[in-house]
Design a protein around this ligand. Structure first.
Ligand SMILES: CC(=O)N[C@H]1[C@@H](OP(=O)(O)OP(=O)(O)OC[C@H]2O[C@@H](n3ccc(=O)[nH]c3=O)[C@H](O)[C@@H]2O)O[C@H](CO)[C@@H](O)[C@@H]1O
Ligand SMILES: C=C(OP(=O)(O)O)C(=O)O
Length: 423
């Protein structure tokens, strides 16, 4: 198992290219199941999660060809397919549940292993399954698998009111509804940029979708979808993560391909903390203003609010702020596992339920720390960049799920960071 060695050092400067979004790519890939014709994704990120989704789609009978070192994914799914998404693959990644809607829409039935809980929370699938049931699916949990069957072999449109704006459920229902009989309305739909990206791709494939990016999405079912080529939207979480590097270490870094509309709520908090963000022709330039970072309170919310996927990284920034900040996690019930690790580096943090109170210290100190999940792992790297001495982050397989070439990207702007094999 590899680890990452970070040595705290001075200001950073240069450019960091932002990859295509993991969370968009993971929902765009299963859309290939909706058509017999090829779907090609460009600007795909090179990540282990993408390889897991490729493996899952291949197990269902799709052909997935990775080209240009993984930046282009050519997928095709014609002829007979397997409708069983096996536990051995699904357990590796929650986003595997995004094949349920497409399989059900295409074949009229599907057997998808429940992904189970994960470190950050229980993450049930009731909003997905209740929505599909409204569309005429009979769904039963047996042997750890969701066995779903569309009455009469085809889903039908329905009005579905989500109790919570679930990202994955919006994606699953949206994909299922593209081939359903009649129209589907999703009320209280998620509004994340990845939903808009999926809707844009599905429209290129011939789907009739309106309202994506708002709380009400309407999908008019069509007979079939055709092939398309689509560029994956920029990764707003990778973007926010790298914007925090100069914020924490000082200096100025431009994140190439970054767009302010993807990270507006996050930028407001950066501004309040004393970090300047400038829109350029090629991306977003970030620089720390003079003096210590100000303490800022944050509550995570669905988009367009402050993303839960940037909470751990923002906490790393707040660890050295001037004053006390309160971070409230409202999306997942167990997403503060980075806090005890940051405390090993000298951070002062108190966690009570969904609230973490962080009192900034002058300087963090390097320490051996352990990554517990994807965003926690990168928050420890950011903290290590700002700390005195060496920090070794172990269990970096979490990091490989969501950050391509993290060592190269940070080294290129002057960070002292290296990957240590087998430790
Ligand atoms: C691959 C992907 O895109 N992952 C993202 C997606 O996850 P994901 O799609 O799993 O997140 P959801 O928006 O569905 O989950 C949000 C909350 O709703 C709850 N819930 C969800 C579905 C359900 O049927 N029942 C239920 O109770 C979850 O447990 C969680 O507490 O959105 C999250 C919230 O922005 C991000 O943190 C993840 O990075
Ligand atoms: C929680 C995340 O991903 P997933 O939903 O795939 O677990 C994430 O990207 O931070």
């Amino acid at each position: 198992m590899d680890s990452i060695l970070v040595t705290g050092n001075g200001p950073l400067s240069g450019t960091i290219p932002i990859a295509g979004a993991k969370n968009a790519c993971l929902t765009l890939m299963p859309a290939t199941l909706l058509s017999d014709e090829p779907l090609t994704l460009t600007n795909a990120p090179r990540l282990s999660d993408i390889r897991t989704m490729s493996e899952l789609l291949a197990s269902l009978g799709a052909e997935v060809t990775s080209m240009q070192g993984g930046k282009v994914l050519a997928m095709s799914c014609h002829g007979d397919i397997n409708t069983r998404a096996d536990y051995d693959i699904v357990r590796k990644m929650r986003a595997s549940n995004l094949v349920l809607g497409p399989l059900l829409a295409r074949e009229g039935h599907a057997e998808v292993s429940l992904p189970g809980g994960c470190a950050i929370g229980a993450r049930p699938m009731d909003i997905h399954t209740d929505g599909l049931a409204r569309m005429g699916a009979e769904i039963e949990l047996r042997d750890g698998y969701l066995h779903a069957r569309a009455a009469g072999g085809k889903l039908k449109g329905a009005v579905i009111d989500f109790p919570f704006a679930s990202v994955g459920a919006t994606e699953n229902i949206m994909m299922a509804a593209t081939l359903a009989r009649g129209s589907t309305v999703i009320n209280n739909a998620a509004r994340e940029p990845e939903i808009v990206d999926l809707a844009t791709c599905l429209r290129k494939m011939g789907a009739r979708i309106e309202g994506d990016g708002t709380g009400t999405i309407t999908i008019e079912g069509v007979e079939s979808l055709h092939g398309a080529t689509h560029p994956v939207v920029a990764d707003r979480i990778e973007l926010g993560t790298y914007m925090l590097a100069p914020a924490i270490c000082g200096g100025e870094v431009e994140c190439l391909g970054g767009r302010i509309d993807l990270v507006r709520a996050f930028c407001e908090k950066l501004d309040a903390a004393g970090i300047g963000v400038e829109e350029t022709k090629t991306g977003l330039k970030v620089a720390r203003r003079n003096g210590r970072i100000h303490a800022v309170d944050v509550a995570t919310e669905p988009f367009p609010g402050f993303p839960t996927d940037l909470q751990a990284q923002f906490m790393a920034l707040m660890c050295t702020a001037d004053g006390t900040s309160v971070l409230e996690e409202t999306i997942f019930e167990n997403r503060f596992m980075h806090a005890p690790e940051l405390m090993r580096m000298g951070a002062e943090i108190e966690v009570h339920g969904g609230t973490a109170t962080v009192t900034g210290v002058e300087r963090l100190r390097g320490a051996p720390v352990m990554a517990t999940d994807l965003r926690a792992s990168v928050s420890l790297i950011l903290a290590g960049l700002a700390a005195e001495g060496e920090t070794v982050v172990s269990r970096v397989y979490h990091l490989d799920r969501g950050y391509e070439h993290v060592v190269r990207k940070l080294s290129d702007v002057g960070a002292k960071i290296e990957r240590i094999k087998g430790k």
